[in-house]
Design a binder for this molecule. Structure first.
Ligand SMILES: [Zn+2]
Length: 322
């Protein structure tokens, strides 16, 4: 069921990463100037000085026109299928973006290419593309203003939470409608692209499921429910044991990364505690969570006890709401 995964290709023409050069040669920093600020994780600060999560890798341009606009052509990291194109930059913090789904990979990862200046003419939903095919051109489009001098590709890779995202969105108090369907960033859980590319480069990366399951577990939660979420139907490789016969499933034990990627699922067949509203935290890595507080998957109360944080609650709601 779990098949070998082809090596990913760098999605911009910049050879710096493949040449083993330092971060500064391929990562676009924020105004702070620190290359790490363009990486994945709690790498940024909000206005109050708290940590701010960045869910991708910002790749800088190496080719410009006379006016300083980037000319770098963006290509997919794997062959894939175009599943979403947002052509109106102001409609998303990703700006103009394209999402591909890689259904030849197990599990079928998505990759996202954001802040493009333009999308290749004729690129259409459902189109199957090869790694040599150009998706669009690097830019600085976004609902948030990004200066031209900080043009970059926001690259993201991960898993999609739900086929029923709209149901969750409709229940929320959002000021505007969901303009991006299933490919809204809130329905996507990205992982660390740099770690992923580094492992591939080192030859330690053979297969996507093994990579995901090898990511550090930050916490495990137990949820009593008879529901099999579509996440598991779409990504059966992330289930660590066969599903029990109908009617016998009593719940799930789910291992998460610190940023909330539900990387391993174990079906529970005995009556157990924890509900969708109040999952039980079975175990947790305090050091890992405290080193990455900005994400708020698990938060710690005044007595230093772990509690389900707002981000984890949101992820569980999206996963299970039908
Ligand atoms: Zn970014």
């Amino acid at each position: 069921m779990c098949t070998a995964t082809p090596l990913p290709q760098w999605p911009t023409p910049n050879p710096a990463f493949n040449e083993g050069r330092p971060l500064e040669a391929f990562v676009q920093p924020t105004a702070s100037g620190l290359a790490t600020s363009g990486c994945f994780g709690c790498v940024r600060k909000n206005k109050r000085g708290g940590g701010l999560f960045h869910e991708g890798l910002d790749m800088l341009p190496i080719k410009h026109d006379k006016k300083g606009n980037p000319l770098d052509k963006i290509t997919p990291i794997w062959p894939g299928k175009v599943v979403y194109i947002n052509k109106v930059g102001g409609n998303s913090n990703y700006g103009i973006y394209v999402v591909l789904e890689h259904t030849d990979i197990t599990p079928a990862m998505y990759t996202l290419y954001g802040h493009l200046s333009s999308v290749t003419t004729g690129l259409s939903i459902g189109q199957v593309i090869a790694v040599k095919d150009v998706i669009g051109v690097m830019g600085h489009t976004s609902a948030d203003k990004i200066p031209k001098a900080r043009s970059h590709l926001h690259f993201e890779i991960g898993l999609r939470l739900s086929d029923h995202f709209q149901t969750w969105y409709n229940k929320g108090a959002f000021k505007t409608g969901n303009k991006h369907g299933l490919w809204n960033g809130m329905n996507l859980v990205g992982m660390d692209p740099l770690d992923f590319f580094e492992r591939a480069q080192e030859g330690r990366f053979k297969e996507m499921t093994a990579y995901l399951q090898g990511l550090p577990t930050a916490f495990t939660v137990q949820i009593a429910t008879s529901q099999v979420p579509d996440f598991i139907n779409r990504y059966p490789c992330l289930c660590s044991a066969p599903l029990p016969p109908p009617g016998q499933l009593k719940g799930w034990e789910i291992e998460f990364t610190w940023y909330g990627l539900p990387k391993s699922w174990k079906p529970v067949m005995a009556e157990s505690g924890g509900s969708l509203r109040e999952p039980v935290i079975k175990s947790y890595d305090s050091a890992l969570l405290k080193a990455n507080r900005c994400r708020k998957t698990i938060i710690f109360n005044a007595k230093n006890q772990p509690m389900v944080g707002p981000e984890l609650k949101k992820i569980i709601d999206i996963l299970f709401l039908k």
